[in-house]
Design a protein around this ligand. Sequence first.
Ligand code: ADP
Length: 642
Amino acid sequence: MHNAKTSYPDLTLSGVLQNIFGFNAFRADQEEIVQAILARQDCFVVMPTGGGKSLCYQLPAHMMDGTCVVISPLISLMKDQVDAAIATGLQAAFLNSSLTASMKRKVETQLADGELDLIYVSPERFAMPAFISSLKRVRLSFVAIDEAHCISEWGHDFRPDYLNLSTIVKAFPDVPVTAFTATATHRVQEDIVVKLGLRSPHMVRASFNRPNLFYKVAPKQNVSAQILRFVGTHAGDPGIIYRTTRKSVEQTAAMLGKHGIRALPYHAGLDDATRVRNQDAFNRDEVDVIVATVAFGMGIDKSNVRYVLHGDLPKNMESYYQETGRSGRDGEPAYCQLLFGYGDIPKIRFFIDQITDMTEKKHAIKCLNDMVHYATVHACRRKQLLNYFGEEWPTLKDEGGNLKPEEPGVQPRSAAAPSLPAAPCCDICSGEVESIEATRDAQICMSAIGRTDERFGINHIIAVVIGDDTDRIKQLGHDRIKTFGIGKDKNRNHWRLIMDNLLAKGLIGQSDGDYPTLTLLPAGREVLFEGRKVHVMKPRKTTKRKRGKRDEKTGSDESYDKSLFEQLRELRKAIAAHQGVPPYVVFSDRTLHEMARTYPGTEDALLGISGIGETKLERYGDRFLEAIRTYRAANPDKKPPT
Ligand code: ADP
């Protein structure tokens, strides 16, 4: 057996990082993990999506003798993962059922000859004794298990195939085993370590903070119009829109299509071929928007998703975090918006009511309450999300809306959680949402609820308050109550917002069922009769504070030349299509943004850009330099933005 891997004996760790991967520095925790792997330790790593897990095993795989076996759950993803590794300059291949016999033989020969840094395989291979024996004849550097939470029944993506992996440690006692996951719960974490039988693993639990994501919650009013407006302000950006039901996914995708927006649906009701086709079109930037149910998730390696919009309330904080986490993997700014209205709650309650196991039911109710709390409380969204995972985070504002200095008592869990964020990270911290006193409006709503005997739902109460001239209101005699029309100087959205706030604060209640009715709760009576004050959260008309170099409306980064970026994006897309790979495999958005910020004119300048190593320079450098040169010649007066 000889080792034919390309080796760079003179390069240090940072030299490999720079020359091969094109990165100037390790991200938080990466270096520590790489060092542990190089020291042949078992490792267990929890790191959020976009944290940079692949580099943690690809870099040592490149430096160590032998081949690293990467276990990856989705065959559909493996080709993209291998293409990305090859584009970076690594020797990589995959073995799965999609290969023809001759392709398979070729990979097996490469593996046997020690040519590969990385071999990607699926978990079911470990149930095949012939595969295990073939691996035993090969020199392995270590095993890297991606999406390791799939081995745990407690995780949200349990896959029985992953249970095959519990034999690895016994089958390859001399080979270090490393496990990577983005799933945060401690229960899943312990389960993975036990099931895999890791030997005193080096444990890394990175911060779950995603500093480049901006979080916002907007009142849900006319959801279709809101989605259309949102997508319009992010025109051309790749984004994911989550909806709860298959029907709303189809309707939203069709609605966007009708308005000339390239959007495709994705849900479990579509046949496999359509799902793969739609996901592929999104992956390859052929459509901008994918409208999906939660079925769209694992296997989204696309790094340039610029926004995630939730049209409906997600079922828990963990799902919300994972779903929003699919944006901005490349580290560039991305925008996460949730449309929240109390109308979603009875729909979720309906599903919870079907649960027969009482413990499970209680858990589901708690999850729902946590989610509603997140959407309705006037506190930094990032802080709330991180608190949910047991992490503390310094915020720009306290709950009363005052700017806070760094809190002495707050200790970030890891080096990745830095001190006070440089720019506001959510609608609360940026001042887009304000807390205003609305005691009188609250009293008007509650009075209307009381005077109509607590027998009607939100829409009817709003109709009474606004003074709608309808037959139904007249028949019921509601045009004669004292509050009729008293709120006509404000629009329906305002009153819905007030009602949502009253529900969120537990001042009024809402029954379950198809026609939920509103009732006054004891705390609400204190507002009506005992002078208790009410504050509500309301979007501010104009944004007070700028978000650094981000655009006020879209949260997008304004610090690069947009038209040059668009041209480079087209070039990237053409090269990727020619090579049959997704565009982000050629260069990430971050790399293109940096080009559109600094106008590099030489190979050396290109090498200084994040994400360009020697292989990418050689492969794509000339064409990008040429495109930048042509752009500059056509726009001689344009100056680099920085
Ligand atoms: P994960 O698997 O944890 O979701 P990835 O491995 O896909 O994350 O990495 C996310 C993005 O971050 C990729 O575009 C990758 O190239 C980039 N990245 C990783 N490490 C670094 C680094 N040290 N510096 C700059 N970018 C990095």
